[in-house]
Design a binder for this molecule. Structure first.
Ligand code: DON
Length: 302
């Protein structure tokens, strides 16, 4: 299995050199576009890692899955009064639909949606950023996972667009808490630094009907795991969700740090990472690695 993963990694390297690293904050602009890692965590708890799979990177929008899982645990179905469930067909940081749709974001995986979800967590927890970090650590089985302060401060300095979304939602009554507190918490989630191996392990509950082996408990119900996978399938790759669904056929969530988590329900969780992105904000080489891996999964495993 290790050799199998390494051969996929070697083939995916062919796509290095395409795309551009995220440049909206210096901490991400400095990333080496030549990095490529891939890790899988089987539902039996075996972890395989190839290339740069043990290097921590900024998880960025992959955190939106954790934010959503936590908010659904605390608020249940009432959450859907605050945020919709349909693909936006727009860039992840678009403001265009928000005014027309009276401050209710299309889905929890675009920035506006994740900010509305974060507001629910700010209502529910005294220190929601620390709570999220703790959950990430426990799900990954890695107590050293940090929030990258440099990324956090940079996001804060460059917050205008996300702040505009948050204030617009506040004007429509869809943000209850102080906007700055909500944004700080949202940016803290984006600034979590985790490796492919950390993320493959942490997200395994989505492949295992909600069971988090690392926690020794069920993290979400089987129905909620199934629904989170459904939302990843429809909204996890932004306006490229349809293309990715056809090419790879797995529920997935990407981040502008270059990471993509993908789930094979009942079998394994996967994370691929390479910093250079396409025009939709999805990693070029990580998408290709997942495409190759999905094809290989159609055959019997080694
Ligand atoms: O809030 C932002 O715009 C970034 N911190 C996260 C965006 C992101 O990762 C979108 N993913 N592709």
């Amino acid at each position: 299995m290790q050799r199998w993963l390494e051969s996929i990694h070697a083939r995916a390297r062919a796509r290095l050199g395409n795309g551009h690293v995220a440049s909206y904050i210096p901490a991400l602009a400095r990333q080496d576009p030549g990095r490529l890692g891939i890790a899988i965590c089987t539902n039996a708890g075996e972890v395989y890692a190839a290339g740069d799979a043990r290097t921590a990177f900024s998880i960025q929008s992959i955190a939106k899955v954790l934010l959503l899982a936590l908010a659904l645990r605390t608020h249940g179905e009432a959450l859907w009064q605050r945020v919709g469930l349909n693909p936006s067909g727009m860039p992840f940081n678009s403001l265009a639909q928000l005014e027309a749709e009276r401050g209710k974001p299309r889905n929890p995986f675009i920035n506006a949606g994740a900010i509305a979800v974060t507001d629910r967590l700010v209502s529910a927890f005294a220190t929601p950023d620390k709570h999220l970090q703790d959950v990430a650590r426990r799900l990954a089985g890695n107590a050293t996972i940090l929030i990258d302060d440099e990324v956090l401060e940079s996001e804060w300095q460059h917050r205008s667009r996300n702040a505009a979304m948050a204030y617009l939602m506040k004007a429509f009554g869809n943000i209850d808490n102080d906007v700055d507190a909500v944004l700080r918490c949202y940016f803290s989630s984006c600034a979590l630094a985790m490796s492919c191996a950390d993320l493959a392990v942490a997200m395994n509950f989505l492949a295992a009907e909600g069971e988090a082996r690392t926690m020794g408990e069920r993290f979400v119900s089987p129905g909620l795991a199934r629904r989170l996978n459904a939302i990843m399938s429809t909204c996890g790759m932004y306006d490229a969700a349809g293309d990715f669904a056809y090419r790879v056929g797995l529920p997935a969530k990407s981040g502008v740090g270059g990471g993509i988590v993908a789930i094979v329900p009942g079998r394994m969780s996967i994370c691929a990472w390479s910093p250079a992105l396409d025009d939709s904000g999805n990693s070029v080489a990580a998408q290709y690695a997942l495409e190759l891996l999905a094809e290989e999964l159609d055959n019997p495993l080694p």
